[in-house]
Ligand binder design. Structure first.
Ligand code: AMP
Length: 291
C-alpha cells in the first residue's frame, strides 16, 4: 500500500499531431500556465526530475518525445538512437499527469519549413559544435518550431547540455520569444556520474571507470583555487589521462558566451566530453561561484 502511494501514478495524454495537441492547448488550457520539456525519449531519472519541477511550477506540462533528425551529423547515430515509447510513457506516469507530444518528422518540418536565419557564432562552433558540425542549428530550429506549436510559458532544459541551454537562450533572445527558459541542475547517479540514456550502454566495469569524468571536474574545481584557467585545464587533462577514458575536449569557459577564458570570471564552467569504450559521455561543472 505504502509503495503504491509513494509511486504516484499519473496519466499521460498522448498527442501525435500538432492540430490535436493545439486544439486542447489553445482552448481548454488557454488561460493556464504551460511548462514544456522537450526530449528525444529514452527517458531516465534525469528527465523525470525536470518533469517533476515543471509539474510543480505550472498548471499543465507538455513533454515532447521527438528524435530530431536535423541535429544528428551521423546517420548511424540517428538510426541507432534508442526508441521505446511504451517504456517512456510508463516512466512519465510515475511523476504525474503530463501531456505527451510525439510528432512525426512531417509534423515538425512541413514542406514549406524554413530554417531560422540566426548566426550562432562561437556558441554554435565551440566544443560540441566543433565535434558535431551543424548540431546546434538543428537544435535551435527544432526548439523554435516546438515553441511555436506548444507556446509554453516556461521551457525546461538541463544544464547537463550547457551549450544547448546557451544556444536556446540566445535563439529566444534573437526572436524575442516570450518563453522563459528554465535551466535545471544536472541530475547525477549516486556515483556522481551524470544520468544519461547512454549510461545503459556501459558495462559494470565501465560504469566505474566513467566516474573519472566527474572526478576530473571536481579535481579542476580544486585546482581553480590555486591556478589560472590555463594551468587548471592542463592539470585536469593530465589527471584525466591517467585513467582509461579517451578525451575529446576539456575546456574552461565563460558561463554565458562559452568563450575560453584566460582569467577567472564568476560562474566559470569546465566542460568535458570523452569516450568510455565507444560511448561518448558529456558533463560539466561550475568551478567558481556565480557571485
Ligand atoms: P534529451 O532527451 O537527451 O534531448 O534531453 C532532454 C532534456 O533533458 C535536455 O534539456 C537535457 O539537458 C535534459 N537532461 C538529460 N539528462 C539530464 C541530466 N542528467 N540532468 C539534467 N538534465 C538532463
Amino acid at each position: 500500500m505504502f509503495a503504491f502511494n509513494a509511486l504516484k501514478m499519473g496519466e499521460s495524454h498522448v498527442f501525435t499531431s500538432t492540430k490535436s495537441l493545439q486544439s486542447v492547448l489553445y482552448t481548454e488550457y488557454e488561460n493556464l500556465t504551460i511548462g514544456f520539456l522537450p526530449t528525444m525519449g529514452a527517458l531516465h531519472h534525469g528527465h523525470l526530475e525536470l518533469a517533476k519541477k515543471a509539474l510543480k511550477e505550472n498548471d499543465k506540462v507538455v513533454v515532447s518525445i521527438f528524435v530530431n533528425p536535423t541535429q544528428f551529423n551521423k546517420t548511424e547515430d540517428l538510426e541507432n538512437y534508442p526508441r521505446d515509447l511504451n517504456a517512456d510513457l510508463k516512466l512519465l506516469k510515475t511523476v504525474g499527469d503530463v501531456i505527451v507530444f510525439t510528432p512525426s518528422v512531417e509534423q515538425i518540418y512541413p514542406k514549406d519549413y524554413q530554417n531560422l536565419e540566426i548566426e550562432l557564432g562561437n556558441l554554435g562552433t565551440t566544443m560540441e559544435g566543433e565535434f558535431r558540425p551543424g548540431h546546434f542549428v538543428g537544435v535551435m530550429n527544432v526548439v523554435n518550431r516546438l515553441f511555436e506549436i506548444v507556446q509554453p510559458t516556461k521551457a525546461y532544459f538541463g544544464i547537463k547540455d550547457v551549450q544547448q541551454v546557451a544556444v536556446v537562450q540566445f535563439m529566444v533572445d534573437q526572436v524575442k520569444s516570450p518563453v522563459e527558459i528554465v535551466a535545471c541542475d544536472i541530475i547525477r547517479e549516486p556515483s556522481g556520474l551524470a544520468s544519461s540514456s547512454r549510461n545503459y550502454r556501459l558495462s559494470i566495469d565501465e560504469l566505474d571507470e566513467a566516474v573519472l569524468i566527474i572526478e576530473t571536474l571536481r579535481f579542476a574545481r580544486e585546482m581553480a583555487k590555486e591556478y589560472l584557467p590555463k594551468e587548471t585545464r592542463k592539470k585536469a587533462i593530465e589527471f584525466f589521462n591517467q585513467g582509461t577514458l579517451k578525451i575529446e575536449y576539456f575546456e574552461i569557459v565563460h558561463p554565458r558566451t562559452l568563450e575560453f577564458i584566460e582569467e577567472w570570471v564568476p560562474g566559470a564552467i569546465a566542460c568535458i566530453a570523452g569516450y568510455c569504450g565507444d560511448v561518448r559521455l558529456l558533463d560539466n561543472l561550475q568551478l567558481l561561484p556565480k557571485k
